[in-house]
Write a new protein. Structure first.
Length: 282
């Protein structure tokens, strides 16, 4: 099969598409030329009378030669047809393979979309974090052993840091509760907010309470002005990604409560900075 002049001396990429094109465009032309030659040769058959005294024997010999040439051309014609059919068959196999690959990729994409849809359907707490996450329990820095459980990862680490700052700069977690409720500090707890259907941020491991008997829900003024100022300083140091329940609307005010109030990416950014500061502190 001849290559175009400009391709001489250069590598030629051969694909099933180019091979099919060559077979479709070039081989039929050659086949047609062969048919024309075959017709011309066959038309050269002559009657016995044209050989005078040699008669029928010469005519038969000549016509046998013509027939043999025609048979060879017929064989070549079949070979051309076989090549064309072979290329067509190969192209069909490639097309079937491409279609199978496309279907497989489509199936994989559908699986990914299904996983994403299931993940999106996972129940979220009020601040948009998934409930019942992977958890990690931390000791509050500076406390006498108070332990809080948070979501595993940057959010849990940051909440532990904030709890430690409150412990050391505002109020101790070690203050005992009343005899009938000694455990008045809380963190992870799978429950809704009040009697509603919205999941509490405690259910996603992104909140904690401190000394609930000293700072009961809906009560105001349970912290001194100096304590409130220090709380606001601590929350400012973490770029406001942690919110204090004392800043809730009057209907929902909850001065014992602290919670994540940001996206995972925002929390991770703040925690990376805080962690670097801690590691670089002499």
């Amino acid at each position: 099969m001849a290559l175009p002049p400009e391709s001489a001396g250069s590598p030629v990429e051969v694909t099933h598409e180019t091979l099919q094109s060559a077979a479709t465009n070039t081989l039929p032309e050659q086949k047609s030329a062969l048919d024309n030659t075959k017709q011309t040769v066959t038309s050269r058959e002559v009657p016995a009378s044209a050989f005078s005294e040699l008669g029928a024997e010469a005519s038969a010999g000549h016509n046998r030669n013509i027939g043999q040439i025609a048979d060879k051309m017929t064989g070549a014609d079949k070979q051309y047809a076989a090549v064309i059919q072979g290329v067509a068959d190969t192209t069909k196999k490639f097309q079937d393979f491409d279609e199978e690959q496309a279907q497989r990729q489509q199936g994989q994409q559908q699986d990914l979309e299904l996983v994403a849809a299931k993940k999106q359907a996972q129940p979220l707490s009020e601040n948009g974090w998934p409930i019942k996450p992977a958890l990690k329990t931390h000791s509050v820095p500076g406390s006498g052993g108070t332990r809080l459980t948070f979501v595993d990862g940057p959010a849990g680490e940051l909440m532990t840091h904030v709890a430690g700052q409150i412990q050391q700069r505002v109020e101790s977690f070690d203050i005992p509760g009343p005899p009938n409720d000694p455990l008045n500090d809380g963190s992870y707890n799978v429950r809704p907010i009040g009697s509603g259907s919205t999941w509490s941020n405690h259910a996603s491991g992104t909140a904690f309470d401190i000394n609930s008997d000293l700072h009961p829900q809906h009560a105001t003024g349970t912290w001194t002005p100096a304590q409130v100022a220090e709380i606001r300083t601590i929350l400012g140091e973490v770029d406001g990604v942690v919110r204090w329940g004392g800043d809730f609307s009057p209907r929902y005010i909850d001065e014992m409560h602290f919670e994540i109030h940001a996206t995972p990416a925002e929390v991770a950014r703040v925690w990376d900075r805080i962690r670097a500061e801690i590691e670089n502190t002499p």
